[in-house]
Design a protein around this ligand. Structure first.
Ligand code: SF4
Length: 94
């Protein structure tokens, strides 16, 4: 989340003009905002219901990677890093 200078809470720094306002900390506590509309939006992200998200999340590609995809990517990255480290140490790399 991001908070503007007037207290509007947006979903992301990618919305500097606060086109979508999830709450207002000049009228609510941050906890209320976090557990209110922002929770609903976090749930939509977690459930990968991208089409139900408001601007700017509806256009965002950053989080359209599932946790499973991230694990596969992390494993591949670890293999690459391991090979690079062995190469630096002079160990023969396949
Ligand atoms: S989905 Fe994209 S626009 Fe939305 S909060 Fe995440 S990074 Fe920001």
């Amino acid at each position: 989340m991001s908070i503007t200078d007037t207290g509007k809470v947006t979903t992301c720094a990618a919305d500097p003009n606060a086109r979508y306002v999830a709450g207002d900390v000049s009228k609510q506590s941050l906890k209320e905002v976090w557990k209110g509309d922002l929770k609903r939006l976090r749930d939509l992200h977690r459930e990968e219901k991208w089409k139900l998200l408001p601007y700017p999340c509806d256009k965002c590609e950053d989080w359209k990677v599932s946790y499973k995809d991230e694990l596969v990517y992390a494993k591949k990255l670890n293999n690459i890093i391991g090979k690079a480290k062995r190469a630096v140490r002079g160990v023969k790399v396949k």
